[in-house]
Write a protein that binds this ligand. Sequence first.
Ligand code: PGA
Length: 251
Amino acid sequence: MRQKIVAGNWKMNTTVPEGVELAKAVVAKSVEVPSDVKLVIATPATHLVPVADVVKGSVVALSAENCADKEKGAYTGEISAAMVASTGATYTILGHSERRQYYGETDEKLVEKTKLALANSLKVILCVGENLEEREAGKHFDVCAAQVKNVLYNFSAEDMKNIVIAYEPVWAIGTGKTATSEQAEEIHAFIRKVVADKFGAEVADDTTILYGGSCKPSNAKELFAQPDIDGGLIGGAALKADDFIAIAMSF
Ligand code: PGA
C-alpha cells in the first residue's frame, strides 16, 4: 500500500520564532491524526535546525523546500543536500513551480538535485504541473508527462521508493481556485500511468502522488477520496496548525 502524506509547504513565510511556534502547534495536534497518514512540514532553510528539535520524537517529518544542484563548494547562498540532511530533515521538495518560474529551475537541474538528495538519504517530493495557458490549450497531459519523464526516467525503481510526486496545477496555487476532484484525479491517474510505463505497474501503484493548489479543510475530503490522490502538498493552509491538521484528518 502506498503511503498517504500530507505535507505543508511554508514557502517564504514565518520568522524562526514564529516557525518554531507553528511547528510546536502542529506536533501537539499531530496525535489526533490517524497513524497511516504521514505528516511532513517543509520549512525555510533557516528554520530546519530549530524545527528539527521540535519534531524530534514526534510523527512529524521535516523537509526542506529546495536544495542545490551541486554537491559543495563555491556556490554562494546555496544549501546542499548534505547540509539539509545534517539538520535532521528527511525530505526535500524539488521543482516547485515557484522555483521553476522565478529561479530558473529546469528539469536538467532537477535531475542533479534529485540525485544529490537521494544520495544523502533525503526523500524527494517532486512537483509537476501545468500553468493556465497550458491548461487552456489542452496541453496539461503533455506538460506533466514531460516533467515526470525528464526527471524521473533517469532514476531506478529502487529510487522511486524514496520519491513522491506532487501534482500542482500552477493556476490553482495560492489562487483559491482548486482543481475539481475530477480534474485532479484524471491527471493523477495519468501521471501514475507515466510512472508505470517506465517502472511497471507495481512501482506505480506504490508511488505516492499528492495534489497541491489551494487545498484546504473544505475541499480536502473530496480530493483525497479519489483513488489516485494520496494526499496533499499544502501551502497557505499549512500556516495554520488547525487547518493543516484538519486536512490531514480528511482521508
Ligand atoms: P497553496 O500552495 O496551497 O497556497 O495553493 C500549494 C503549494 O504551492 O505547494
